[in-house]
Design a protein around this ligand. Structure first.
Ligand SMILES: [Fe+2]
Length: 442
């Protein structure tokens, strides 16, 4: 089988490109993160047939450097550039961004000497992966569902596991998960239909009056995961707007009526709720605690803060990124430079995403932009000033509280957490917010 080196820093694109290059072009894809790493590999594996690389990674002229190496060594390795490269445009294929995987596989097939016909023939059953959690809150599906099995080194087989008429429940789905399954596969033509079906089911469930507290929290957590994944891959569409609205309403409802923090934590942990939702839910709850002690409090304040909490980390990919609370956390973390950059700009990035959400009003955008204490949404202010919006101040303190609470190596009781906050946030209105939290816990 041919080998292809891929340099693509966007993790979602990297996954989509690799999966389709492997499935349809039958090439083994090796990921590298910059020119030096790719060149080091080419020195050991000069037979690599193709390098697909971003034009630049950060400030590095990645494509130019790799091209120089291939030329100087006289390698037969082909090159495809993702994005523009003015100096190479006359000799190397540069694909204009954004590059769809369909275009990429056609070009890769040509460069590797696999005829387009061969590649397209392999396209026969065209399946797309769907995370197992999409199946948690449904009991039937509108189409057949498959799992993927490796038949030979470059061929996959799709085996039908759930028929469109089957009835199942979460226990059945958990059994697949326990065996290590992370994704089911859906025929490509049905994916839109399937996600609409799941969204409608979830919205209906979240709007049910009789939904118990635990079931409500679990369903909202699952909806949060689906919204996050969908936004990260395709941005806001009608389904994710509808699902996020129903989820936020459901969260506000369970926050107003919440069990004590200890009991809530037990519920979140015993159900293995993802960090992203643990943080989001507890953050909304802490905001509620503080707001309920303010004389100016109005119900829409909780709605605003819950909305912000739901989307505040939506562009972050890992819980390690979401756990960062201070500049020191960031510098001491094991995150790559790219991941750190994502943390630094995530408040601003989330606001940009919310431009496409019809219910994101100016209050929401302001608080979201200031959610790490910076007026412009870039970076983290460890001890923010008095110039933030009053709701942003509540959000920032609540966020710091929850991050300590959820960090196993830091104190987990309010008695120990509040003094840490009081040392960090020295300005008067923040001290008042910390006092309000203290009163709430007494
Ligand atoms: Fe954040």
């Amino acid at each position: 089988m041919s080998q292809t080196i891929l340099i693509e820093t966007n993790e979602d694109l990297q996954k989509i490109y690799s999966l389709n290059l492997n499935t349809f072009v039958g090439t083994d894809v090796i990921h590298r993160s910059n020119a030096d790493d790719a060149i080091a590999l080419l020195k050991i594996l000069p037979q690599v047939g193709l390098v697909i690389t971003q034009s630049k990674v950060g400030a590095e002229d990645t494509a130019v450097n790799i091209h120089k190496f291939i030329k100087s060594e006289g390698l037969a390795t082909n090159l495809i550039i993702l994005g523009e490269s003015s100096s190479l445009a006359s000799e190397v294929l540069c694909l204009q961004q954004p590059v769809s995987w369909e275009v990429l596989i056609k070009q890769a097939a040509q460069h590797l000497g696999v005829s387009l016909q061969d590649a397209m023939n392999k396209v026969k059953p065209d399946f797309l992966p769907v995370g197992v959690f999409y199946f948690y809150d449904i009991t039937k599906t509108p189409c057949d569902v498959y799992i993927r099995i490796k038949k030979s080194p470059n061929e996959y087989q799709y085996v039908k596991r759930i028929h469109s008429k089957d009835i199942f429940d979460k226990t059945d789905i958990k059994k697949y998960e326990d065996q290590g399954l992370k994704e089911f596969f859906i025929p490509k033509d049905y994916v839109q239909y399937f996600t609409t079906f799941v969204t409608n089911n979830l919205v209906q469930k979240l709007e049910r009056e009789d939904l118990g507290m635990e079931e409500r929290i679990l369903t909202t957590a699952n909806a949060h995961e689906i919204v996050r994944e969908s936004i990260q891959s395709i941005g806001f569409d009608e389904a994710s707007v509808e699902l996020s609205d129903a989820s936020i309403n459901s969260m506000v409802r369970s926050v107003k009526d919440s069990p004590q923090v200890g009991e809530l934590l037990k519920m979140l942990f015993s159900n293995k709720i993802a960090y992203a939702y643990q943080h989001c839910h507890l953050l909304a709850l802490m905001c509620h605690y503080v707001l309920s002690k303010q004389s100016w409090y109005k119900p829409e304040h909780l709605e605003t803060l819950s909305f912000v909490s739901f989307f505040s980390d939506v562009t972050l990919k890992s819980s390690l990124q979401m756990q960062v609370s201070t500049m020191l956390d960031l510098s001491e973390s094991n995150l790559t430079d790219e991941e750190k950059r994502q943390v630094m700009t995530h408040a601003k990035d989330a606001v940009a995403l919310l431009e496409n959400h019809p219910d994101a009003n100016d209050y929401i955008k302001t608080v979201l932009l200031q959610s790490h204490g910076k007026l412009d949404g870039v970076g983290i202010e460890d001890n923010p000033g008095e110039d933030l919006h009053p709701l942003s101040k509540v959000f920032v303190v609540a966020d710091a509280f929850v991050k300590i609470l959820l960090n196993p190596s830091l104190p987990s009781t309010k008695k120990d957490i509040l003094p840490i906050l009081a040392t960090r946030f020295t300005n008067p209105s923040y001290q008042k917010i910390i006092k309000a939290l203290e009163q709430k816990f007494q």
